[in-house]
Design a protein around this ligand. Structure first.
Ligand code: 6PG
Length: 255
C-alpha cells in the first residue's frame, strides 16, 4: 500500500499499511532528522517515548541498516517521560530504549540524558530540569530537534493525563505525576517543552486508538480536552504516523 497523506489543519497525517511500515518510516524520519540537525546545529537532540509502539523503531535504529547512517557521537537522547522505577525495571522507559537501541548503537554515555526514575518524583523532575537547562542554556526553553510521542486511548501523551494540573504548567520543564500506585508515579516533560520542538512525531497504531484519533484530529472542540490535542508546535512541524487500523475512523480515510 502507498502511504496516504492527509492534511488536518496544521498537522500532517501519514497513514501506513501496518505497524512495521510505520516503524520503518519513523526510523527514516529519525535518520534524516539527525543528519539535518547535525549539519545545521552540530548536534541532534531527541526526546523519545515509552509505551509499546516505539519499541520496534528503537530496534530498527539498532540494526546496521539504520545505525550506520547516524552520527551517534552527535546524538543526544532525552526522554519525554519516565516511570518512577529503577532503570533496570521492566517498566522503565530508559530500559526499553537501552535493550532495543542503546545496547547496540555507539551513543556516548555523556549523550544519554535519562530521567532518574529511581529518585522520588519531585527530585527526579528537578534533576531532569537541571540537566536540560545545562544542555540547552539556562534562560531559554529547550528546543528539541525531534520529539517522539504516543497517545493513550484516554488522549494522554507523554505522562500528561486528561484533567491533570500539569497541563497548566508554564514555567517548569519537567514535573512529577502522582498516580494511584506508587510504582506508577512518573515524571514528564511539560507542554511548553513539547511545543517548542522543531519536529514532533506521533506514532499511533491499532484500532483501539481509532476513536481518540478522530476526536483529536477532526474535532476542534473535543481535541482541547485531550493532552495529545494540546500538542501544537510554536514554530516546528507536527506529523502523525499512524497505521491503517488507527485511521479507521478518520473521515478522509482513503487508506
Ligand atoms: C509512556 C508514554 C505514553 C505512551 C502512550 C501510548 O511512557 O507510556 O510516553 O505517553 O506513549 O501511553 O502507549 P502505547 O505506545 O503503548 O500505545
Amino acid at each position: 500500500m502507498e502511504t496516504v497523506v492527509i492534511e488536518k489543519g496544521s498537522s500532517r497525517v501519514e497513514v501506513l499499511s501496518d505497524s512495521e511500515a510505520l516503524s520503518h518510516k519513523a526510523a527514516e524520519t529519525f535518520v534524516n532528522g539527525s543528519k539535518k540537525s547535525v549539519a545545521e546545529r552540530g548536534r541532534f537532540a531527541a526526546a523519545i517515548s515509552g509505551g509499546s509502539t516505539p519499541t520496534r523503531l528503537y530496534t530498527l535504529l539498532g540494526t546496521s541498516a539504520y545505525r550506520d547512517r547516524v552520527d551517534w557521537q552527535h546524538v543526544h537522547l532525552f526522554w519525554v517521560d519516565e516511570r518512577c522505577v529503577p532503570k533496570e525495571h521492566e517498566k522503565s522507559n530508559f530500559r526499553i530504549a537501552f535493550d532495543a537501541l542503546l545496547s547496540r548503537a555507539p551513543v556516548p554515555d555523556g549523550n544519554i540524558h535519562r530521567i532518574k526514575g529511581e529518585e522520588v518524583p519531585e527530585k527526579a523532575a528537578r534533576d531532569y530540569e537541571r540537566v536540560m537547562r545545562r544542555f540547552f542554556g539556562i534562560s531559554w526553553m529547550p528546543m528539541f530537534d525531534l520529539v517522539i510521542l504516543g497517545v493513550g486511548k484516554d488522549g494522554h501523551t507523554a505522562s500528561l493525563f486528561p484533567g491533570s494540573k500539569s497541563l497548566e504548567e508554564t514555567a517548569r520543564l519537567a514535573v512529577p505525576v502522582y498516580l494511584d500506585e506508587p510504582d506508577l508515579n512518573r515524571v514528564t516533560l511539560t507542554l511548553p517543552v513539547l511545543n517548542h520542538a522543531f519536529q514532533i512525531v506521533f506514532l499511533v497504531t491499532g484500532r483501539s486508538k481509532a476513536d481518540i484519533l478522530s476526536a483529536i484530529l477532526e474535532d476542534e472542540e473535543k481535541k482541547k480536552r485531550f493532552p495529545a490535542g494540546l500538542v501544537r508546535p510554536v514554530e516546528g512541524s507536527l506529523t502523525w504516523l499512524i497505521d491503517r487500523d488507527a485511521a479507521e475512523k478518520l473521515n478522509r480515510n482513503d487508506a
